[in-house]
Ligand binder design. Structure first.
Ligand code: ATP
Ligand code: MG
Length: 405
């Protein structure tokens, strides 16, 4: 039980509230993810009450830090820090003033010029001496006296100070921080993302994490043609995605032999398509060996030669499990914008060699036929055409983005 004087974070969630019988499953997943995302040693307990979650903080916890971490948890619509006070007038007045000050400080500058507020009392404890309208008037007056520049607006206030009267304490909150929405990671199953070092593929992974997919990634690299900088860049992207994914697993796959075999055995203008096919085949095999049912890529229709409809069809033909392409209908500009919001953009634009830029010709076939590609590919050694999972180096990042193995 949280005690008066301590802090709790109220967590509102939207869509997962609608999931009928599965609701408890979604809520449990969200509670687990919040617990994992919060800094170690900050959380005393997470519990649910009337369609909301409460994250009770330990007395020494840094609540701003905890909020910063939890506001990136998918499934969270918004968060509000709440002060828990005894049901005593002086303590409640202090809490109301402090909540109002915090809320004013957090306003966008446009609203902060002459902000308006209202107090909204909710009385779960009907034995409490004052009625809700009485509490609103009382604490509204206290805030008006104590915090300069505020005015009351009961219809469209910039700030709502919510005072919940429970049996043993009052919960006072004034500030709301937006979360990313979506569904809790893990609630939709698992996927394996093909991740290059570019802008698009980390966004694709993020986009489906947001819909509840727990995403791992595979990266194909071709040393010594691609250097350690290119590898480090992909590792950095893994670390950036880790807080969103409640941890992240990245499989590094040595692709030099495959790329060389393609260059030596297949028609030049089909190198790109065949390279993508081998990647999808190897990724399918790795996914299946790990019990993962889908792949995802950062393809966007028509963006580059490998992403014409014909090339996507010819590439997909080699996958043995479904391939999701969450960015298929987005423009580059929209993807770049999203990548800035995620925090991956600056890393993605660092100059690097990708195996595709090293190994593929400048004039790839944009409208290959599946038959031609299949027959050209049959010249490759068996190990590239079978369904054995490739050997990989697996790196694991914890939810703070630190590499653990
Ligand atoms: P990105 O910004 O994701 O690199 P891109 O615009 O460079 O995309 P392509 O190079 O055509 O596009 O790659 C298309 C998709 O193929 C990528 O989004 C990714 O899913 C996959 N892919 C490409 N190269 C690699 C690689 N070296 N390792 C793993 N996946 C790759
Ligand atoms: Mg790329």
């Amino acid at each position: 039980m949280i005690h008066p004087g301590e802090e709790t974070i109220l967590v509102r969630y939207g869509e997962i509230g609608l999931k009928g019988k599965n609701r408890a499953l979604f809520e449990n997943r969200l509670m687990n993810n919040l617990g994992a995302a919060a800094p170690r040693g900050s959380v005393a307990r997470i519990h649910r009450r009337q369609g909301r979650l409460y994250v009770d903080l330990l007395p020494d916890a840094d609540s701003e830090d905890a909020i910063a971490h939890m506001s990136r948890v998918f499934g969270v619509v918004s968060l509000s820090p709440a002060l828990v006070t005894p049901l005593e007038d002086a303590a409640m007045e202090r809490a109301a003033i402090s909540a109002a000050r915090e809320a004013v400080a957090s306003l966008e500058t446009s609203a902060a010029i002459s902000p308006s507020f209202k107090v909204e009392a909710r009385r779960a404890n009907k034995g409490y001496a004052k009625t809700s309208p009485e509490i609103n008037t009382w604490l509204g007056g206290v805030i008006l006296d104590a915090v300069s520049g505020l005015s009351v607006d009961v219809h469209e206030p910039d700030i709502r100070i919510v005072v919940e009267i429970r049996s043993d304490a009052a919960y006072v909150l004034g500030r709301t921080i937006r979360g990313p929405g979506g569904l809790p990671v893990g609630s939709a199953g698992r996927g394996l993302a093909l991740m290059s070092g570019g802008i698009d593929s980390p966004v694709a992974a993020w986009q489906l994490m947001k819909r509840g997919l727990s995403v791992e990634a595979i990266h194909f690299h071709t040393p010594p043609f691609t250097g350690p900088r290119a590898r480090r860049k992909v590792e950095e992207l893994g670390s950036i995605l880790a807080p969103w994914g409640i941890g992240f697993t990245l499989h590094m796959c040595h692709f030099t032999e495959a790329a060389t075999a393609i260059r030596e055995n297949c028609p030049r203008r089909l190198h790109l398509t065949i390279m993508r096919r081998i990647m999808l085949r190897q990724a399918s095999a790795l996914a299946q060996s790990r019990g993962i049912p889908v792949l995802l890529t950062g393809d966007s229709l028509g963006q580059v030669a490998s992403q014409t409809l014909e090339n996507l069809v010819a590439t997909d033909d080699a996958a043995t499990i479904p391939v999701l392409r969450p960015l298929i209908g987005l423009d580059k500009e929209e993807i770049m914008q999203r990548s800035r919001e995620i925090g991956s953009y600056e890393t993605s634009i660092l100059p690097h060699e990708d195996c595709c830029s090293v190994f593929v010709p400048s004039d790839p076939q944009t409208t290959p036929s599946i038959e031609k590609v299949r027959s050209a590919e049959s010249a490759l050694p068996d190990f590239l055409l079978g369904d054995a999972p490739p050997r990989v180096d697996t790196l694991v990042f914890d939810q703070s983005g630190t590499r653990t193995t």
